[in-house]
Design a protein around this ligand. Structure first.
Ligand code: ZN
Length: 295
């Protein structure tokens, strides 16, 4: 390690101003030119921050809006559909090949007279061996089991309808890593309609704690979480499915209303516990319980 470890101020790549650093957030906004930056593999990279709006959204001025960031990856529905169908076909072939190899082995054994194919030879230990062999072959074929047709039809039809599947990857900081899957699954399953506009940089920090590479690594898991339970437990199937975003993921903030201890999503109409979202430093978004000095 020849590199010197130390705290070097992060600077805006456009105007050179020092960027405010807040906890574990990976996005920064320049206080002078309002450009956004995100930690990349080894440098700051410019990033466009978008905000989502629901169509016909009405907002009362006293509503406190909490903006939570998500990376959104657009996946080509037709390409994913092909990949799923290929995975199913491969599993079906593997399953058939195992059963056929077993049947051929049985025939060979029958010709050599070793196997107890004689139905009268019930107590013959050779026939027990044959029985054990067919059980093993059936189990092996089952281990490479193709998913149920109706489930696959359901997914492929949905992908065809959607054209583009949006994967929502929560990017806010959470103490509960399961929250990423939970909220990401909710939105990815619902595919709610919304429009986006560039954030004008009103001076609020983006609460983004997840770099885009980390988000890309979570895509598959969020998609898997939207599947039915039998598919989720089919490791042979899942290991053949890998999602590729059609374009670089975009960073989009979504509006939530604070309601008691819940955050209600304006888009999609679901709520999450505010405890799932870790607020950073002075940028706590609830001002309802001011700290009493000395308490
Ligand atoms: Zn700047």
């Amino acid at each position: 390690m020849s590199e010197e470890l130390g705290l070097k101020p992060l600077r805006c790549g456009h105007c050179g101003s020092e960027l405010p650093v807040m906890g574990q957030l990976v996005t920064f906004q320049c206080p002078a030119c309002f450009r956004y930056w995100v930690l990349g593999a080894d440098a700051l990279e410019p990033v466009t921050v978008y905000r989502a709006t629901a169509s016909g959204e009405t907002r009362s001025p006293r509503d406190e809006i909490v903006w939570l960031p998500f990376w959104i990856a657009d996946v080509d529905g037709a390409a994913l559909r092909r990949r799923i169908e290929e995975a199913v076909a491969a599993l079906r072939d593997a399953s058939t090949a195992i059963l056929e190899a077993h049947a051929a082995a049985e025939r060979g054994a029958g010709r050599s007279g070793v196997s107890g194919l004689d139905p009268l030879a019930i107590p013959d230990p050779a026939s027990d061996a044959g029985l054990a062999r067919s059980r093993l072959a059936a189990e092996a074929a089952n281990a490479k089991r193709p998913p149920a047709q109706n489930e696959i039809r359901h997914i492929t039809a949905r992908l065809e309808d959607l054209g583009t599947l949006r994967i929502f990857i929560p990017a806010f900081k959470s103490l509960n890593t399961y929250a990423y899957l939970k909220v990401g699954r909710l939105l990815t399953r619902a595919q709610p309609p919304f429009s986006i506009e560039r954030s004008d940089g009103a001076g609020e920090p983006v609460l983004c704690a997840l770099r885009v590479e980390e988000a890309a690594a979570l895509m598959d898991f969020i998609f898997f979480a939207t599947l039915g339970e039998s598919l989720q437990s089919n490791g042979d199937f899942l290991e053949r499915i890998h999602l590729e975003p059609a374009r670089p993921p975009r960073l989009v903030e979504f509006p939530f209303h604070q309601r008691g201890t819940s955050l209600v999503s304006v888009i999609g109409g679901f709520w999450i516990s505010e405890r799932l979202v870790e607020r950073t430093g002075e940028h706590r978004f609830s001002a309802r319980s001011p700290r009493v000095p000395g308490s």
